[in-house]
Design a protein around this ligand. Sequence first.
Ligand SMILES: [Zn+2]
Length: 409
Amino acid sequence: MFNNIIGQVQTVTALNKEIATGTLPQSLLFYGPKYSGKLSTALEAARILCCEYGTAKWSCNCPSCNLNRNLLHPDVLMTGPRYFGNEISASGDAFLRTGRLGTRYLFIRAVRKLTRRFDPVIWDGINRPNTIGNEIREIEGKLDIIRPGTELPSSDVLQENIESITELSLGLEKAVTANNIAIKQIRNISLWAHMTSTGKNKIIILENAEVMQESSSNSLLKLLEEPPPGMYIILLTRRRTSLIPTILSRVRQYPFFIRSKTEVSLVLKKIFNELSGSYENLQEYFNSWQDITPIALEKAAEKFMESVLKGDGSQNPLSEIDRKVDIFSSKENAGEFISALLDVLHSLLKNRFLQTENDSVLSDIFSVEKINKLKNIIYDSYQNSITLNIKPSLVLNSLFYNMREAVRE
Ligand SMILES: [Zn+2]
């Protein structure tokens, strides 16, 4: 089991053992950096838990495994805010370049990670734009042309098909509830969890679980504490320390680590068919689909926060950065930047305890209330950067002034 997961030996070994001995807990937390394989592992766990033959080999022929390989199993749901564009573009490109079955699955799964978020179970009673149903049907129609087992069309037709799916998906992405996992969604999931089903296992995978409003967290607590029989909840996070302690105490935690260079080369070679050695890490690979490196992003976030904390008449440093390289014309970059800001804020929070006591300015800035206030401002802005039709650079601009105002208060 989990043969397709590269690296993460500690967690994979634990999961294997627990599943084999029937001791897998029902509430799980996978935590670790981006691109460390959390979602792939969660989806693989879901496939194994749903397998009708119980063998759960990757090539298993049971109807359930077939649905899960295509991310179409009705008993496996995904939710939580995230970006999809890079993954869909990168895997579409890999599929076009190689035409291999593995990359075909990769592309189809990248798209469905997005479309499955609109599962009616999750959205019941929540307003969503009427056109979404049509758009998803259109995407599904185009995915059907390339579904595994069918002969691929000519390369021109294939390219057009993939480009069209990618474009439609990017349009759809904007409609995903961005920042918070709405309380109504959690309630819907809870209802679904308690509905008597075929007696099979049900799995909910919740990505970026740390970006959740308090009301949603509280609603989730009940489910985590007493999941109905056969229900598994897998939370994924990059920032375990941002989760509230009451959630942390109700889940078993599984660490994911930054992959070694050898493992990354393996992932790139095996999955994307890239020549090994050309990319330092997976993040870099995905970032090559946009024009910003993680280090540049981190530096920009630090500089931004520094200007915010100065609280004087200083200018938004982003306008200067943006003029030079125009990196914030993309929503994805803006979102990544905002996410990097949260990291900076957290490291500031840690360092707060290292400051000398008579450093009154810092201790004031870093009061817990103030930190929470800044955090909320950042969350709001994250949501706006995805959902609103505003230039991302404008969102960041108002983020700067809102944060600075909060610091000055
Ligand atoms: Zn199976």
